[in-house]
Design a protein around this ligand. Structure first.
Ligand code: PHE
Ligand code: ZN
Length: 854
């Protein structure tokens, strides 16, 4: 059976239409008889009609299922198959529903529901995948306990909760915690485990396992440590303890997203859990630690307290991202994590919020919920919680969180429930604050200043550009962290959080001996675009003196952008004062290497395009590329005499340790190597490549060489060395495209799609190639249109294989209105071509239509 004709007018779901399900689900018992092409799923579900139900319709979701039989209280019944599920006449009292269905996991390339990956059975149910396993009220507000029996000849057969029995060819599991179906999981295959254990603060022993394919055992130790640290951190910081005797993680190669928080059985994209010094970079290690923490933290913020409906997705995701960012800041460096997060927010969320795919953190309508696992729901959702914490203060934040866990444990909640605990814990009215959840768009805040007679006044004007045809948006509550510095660099006012609530608002500071230099939006205290007329010398001053590390970086970043923008718009030469400031900073060994590496990393070309667009210019990708090249070359030349010394001084000796300290040093060393490679013909990079004993240094050397078009031999050697390692090969695919010159990017990518190791079925590999194409700004937007064309062709081909990944990658086109009319016409033609594809998935259809209709 197929989904309803996807090109027919798709159904839109609205938040305002929410209605509870008319039945309680008392318990669920599932029996799986595994077989690659014909798995049988028997379900036995006890339903009780709710006395106060508005709606008694008995509708169960179901897609791509073959119904074999259905019974109520043991008597066969005839169910009516309807669009998206079935209906049935049922008794007015408690009854047992039984159904047997057949599904085809081996044919499931969409990787949603029960599917196979390298011969292993695996499930993915969030958001609406359980309905591809059996008929069920597949909505997050229906929670029940699950008992699962798996029959098959796989050596390892896992499900949620605790094991309750196993024998030859079968295994049984019981999860005592009521959960929505999206948290159901089953895994079966030839797996080996890396074991561990954790004793909770109340003294309960928990068995931990990371399950992997044979051969990957050596890549689990880091993930296991990250898991234990996460468990401890959640106890220490939030007072939250784990609630089962067992916690399993499974690594799977074919997975649409990063990882999934299924109760007691997290399933991970292998790229987000497998780690070893030889195969993973420092950035990989940091990300793996963060994702393990993220999924673990979901056990409370997501599983014990879940979402009433999918419009509330940011309730669990925003909060869990916020918590994992706190964790990473605690484990590593708080300012570095903040800077990284802001870079990512500007790269992914700001363009989304300012383009045709803009939506509030809590959307009010969707066609396909899979399209709303976005930077806005996740990252802006987390920013909103950061603002809330700043506004109420740390003590009140944890007081509110305690109330949240106490009041809502075991429930499926809404953003209203969430805000209410803050109101009740603090007595604060959060009505205006709530606009952050209901309005899309990035507010712009214009700052002006005045100084007279010792009084300094800052005036803020906020506005949020509404989408075309919509009314101006109401002012929001914006926590604006501000500090003041004296002209000699001393801090004369420590950080203070000003609360903006009006469209225009002034704040005064009295008793100042001279006009201060303001440090505004410290720690990036709100996700806004700050507009302030200032000079490059003031920025350079803040880069040298600001006491807030985030704003110190921000000053350098703003300076870098100004210099780039001037180069692009006026053909200016790279600003000498800025080059001097950079040189001074790089050579200053007192400064944190990680911080120096970040300041030395140029703003991305896409960021420059976005900045030009925000200022009313049409970005020219080739010019932006040329400016970047000129700048980096000039910087390399300026540093020429010190580069060899700096390279030597920042080289990390001794065995590789993937900690924050070493990572910071290696990041700086990598930046220096890339500059050096522009001058020494690649000698140093070739030496580093040959001697590296860890992926961070091997990869840095290869990237520097390839960028300089001197890496052919090393790229071949890299392939030979790593061709059997799937995750390392993803790097190899991506790097060639990332390093290609604009005019050869599309051709390079195209050639790689013909490589025997390229695959449409593996999302990591597809993303390695197509993601790198879209990420090479000047190459993707090359005037020939070849980049657009290649991506569109591949998206069309992928759609029938894997709609979710196709739809997500369509977002590469979301910034199309930034560019000139010729590029716009080219992109529009590609989007129309995608939309005209027959049998296009609902996922891709929605994304492309939204982009076209804006
Ligand atoms: N809930 C997962 C997470 O954020 C993400 C996810 C969504 C995974 C949908 C798979 C499918 O942790
Ligand atoms: Zn999550």
């Amino acid at each position: 059976m197929n989904d309803a004709a996807p090109n027919a007018a798709p159904q839109t779901f609205y938040l305002k239409d929410y209605k509870p399900f008319g039945y309680e689900v008392e318990s669920v018992k599932l029996t799986f008889q595994l077989s690659p092409n014909a798995t049988k799923v028997h379900s036995a579900i006890r339903f009780t009609p709710k006395a106060d139900a508005e709606d008694n319709r008995f509708f169960l979701h179901g897609e791509q299922l073959s119904l074999i039989s259905a019974k109520i209280d043991g008597t066969p019944v005839t169910a009516r198959l309807v669009d998206g599920g079935l209906e049935c006449d049922v008794p007015r009292t408690s009854f047992l529903w039984e159904a047997e269905v057949e599904i085809d996991p081996a044919a499931n390339t969409a990787l949603e529901g029960l599917y196979m990956s390298n011969g292993m059975y695996c499930t993915q149910c969030e958001a609406e995948g359980f309905r591809k396993i059996t008929y069920y009220p597949d909505r997050p507000d229906v929670m029940s306990t699950f008992t699962v029996r798996i029959e098959g000849d796989e050596p390892v057969m896992l499900s949620n909760g605790n094991p309750t029995g196993a024998g030859e060819g079968w295994a049984e599991w019981h999860d005592p915690w009521p959960k929505p179906a999206y948290l159901f999981a089953l895994v079966a295959g030839d797996l080996v485990n890396h074991p561990g254990s954790f004793t909770t603060k109340s003294g309960k022993d928990v068995e931990l396992n990371i399950w992997v394919r044979p051969g990957d055992e050596g890549k689990c130790a880091f993930g296991m440590e990250a898991l234990k640290k996460s468990m401890k951190w959640d106890e220490d910081v939030y007072g939250l303890e784990y609630d089962l005797d067992l916690f399993n993680i499974v690594a799977v190669d074919d997975f649409n997203m990063g990882a999934m928080e299924n109760k007691g059985l997290n399933i991970f994209n292998s790229s987000c859990v497998l780690a070893s010094p030889e195969t993973s970079t420092d950035a990989n290690f940091e990300r793996i630690e963060a994702i393990i923490a993220h999924e673990y933290f979901h056990n409370w913020t997501g599983n014990r307290i879940t979402c009433r409906d999918w419009f509330q997705l940011c309730l669990k995701e925003g909060l869990t991202v916020f918590r994992d960012a706190q964790f990473t800041a605690d484990m590593r460096s708080e300012p570095v994590k903040r800077i990284e997060d802001v870079i990512a927010l500007r790269a992914r969320q700001f363009p989304e919020d300012g383009g045709p795919l803009a939506h509030p953190p809590r959307p009010e309508e969707f066609q396909e919920i899979n399209n709303f696992y976005t930077a806005t729901v996740y990252e802006k959702g987390a920013e909103v919680i950061g603002m809330l914490k700043r506004l109420v203060g740390d003590d009140n934040y944890y007081k509110a969180l305690n109330l949240y866990f106490e009041r809502h444990d075991g429930q499926a909640c809404t953003i209203e429930d969430w805000l209410k605990v803050f109101e009740d814990a603090t007595g604060r009215d959060l009505n205006q604050f709530k606009l952050w959840y209901s309005q899309a768009g990035t507010p712009r805040v214009k700052v002006s200043e005045e100084y007279a007679d010792g009084t300094y006044t800052l005036t803020f004007e906020q506005s949020t550009p509404p989408p075309p045809g919509q009314p101006e948006k109401a002012p929001r509550v914006i926590p604006m962290a501000v500090g003041l510095l004296s002209p000699n660099g001393d801090e004369v006012r420590a950080t203070e959080v000003l609360e903006l609530t009006e469209a225009k608002q002034s704040f005064t500071f009295e008793g100042l001996a001279s006009k201060p230099v303001p440090s505004i939006l410290r720690e990036f205290s709100a996700p806004v675009i700050l507009e302030r007329e200032t000079t490059n010398s003031e920025r350079a001053f803040l880069l040298a003196h600001d006491t807030d590390p985030f704003n110190r970086w921000e000053a350098g970043n703003a300076l870098a952008k100004e210099v780039r923008v001037a180069m692009v718009l006026d053909g200016a030469a790279p600003d000498a004062a800025y080059l001097d400031a950079l040189e001074k900073l790089v050579r200053d060994d007192e400064q944190d290497p990680a911080f120096r590496a970040l300041v030395l990393s140029p703003p991305s070309q896409s960021d420059i395009a976005q900045t030009l667009h925000e200022r009313g210019h049409t970005p020219d990708p080739q010019k932006i590329y040329d400016a970047a090249e000129t700048f980096t070359q000039t910087l390399a030349q300026q540093l020429e005499t010190s580069l060899p010394r700096l390279y030597a001084a920042t080289t990390v000796e001794g065995p590789y340790v993937p900690d924050a300290d070493g990572a910071g040093k290696r990041a700086l060393n990598g930046r220096i190597l890339s500059l050096l490679t522009r001058l020494d013909g690649g000698e140093q990079a070739a030496r580093q490549y040959a001697s590296a004993d860890n992926m961070t240094q091997q990869y840095a050397a290869l990237a520097a060489l390839m960028k300089a078009e001197k890496g052919e031999a090393q790229s071949k050697a890299f392939f030979e060395q790593w061709q059997d390692d799937r995750l390392v090969m993803d790097k190899w695919f991506a790097l060639q495209i990332a390093c290609a010159a604009p005019e050869t990017t599309a051709a390079t990518a195209k050639e790689l799609t013909q490589h025997p190791l390229f695959s449409m079925k593996n999302p990591n590999r597809f993303r390695a190639v197509m993601g790198a194409l879209a990420g090479n700004h000047a190459g993707f937007h090359h005037a020939s249109g070849a980049g657009y064309q290649l991506l569109a062709e591949n998206l069309i081909a992928l759609d029938s294989v894997n709609p979710q990944t196709t739809a997500r990658m369509c977002a590469a086109f979301q910034t199309w209105k930034r560019y000139d009319s010729k590029r716009q016409a080219q992109i529009q033609a590609e989007l129309e071509r995608i939309l005209a594809t027959s049998d296009l998935s609902r996922d891709t259809h929605e994304m492309v239509s939204r982009m076209l209709s804006a």
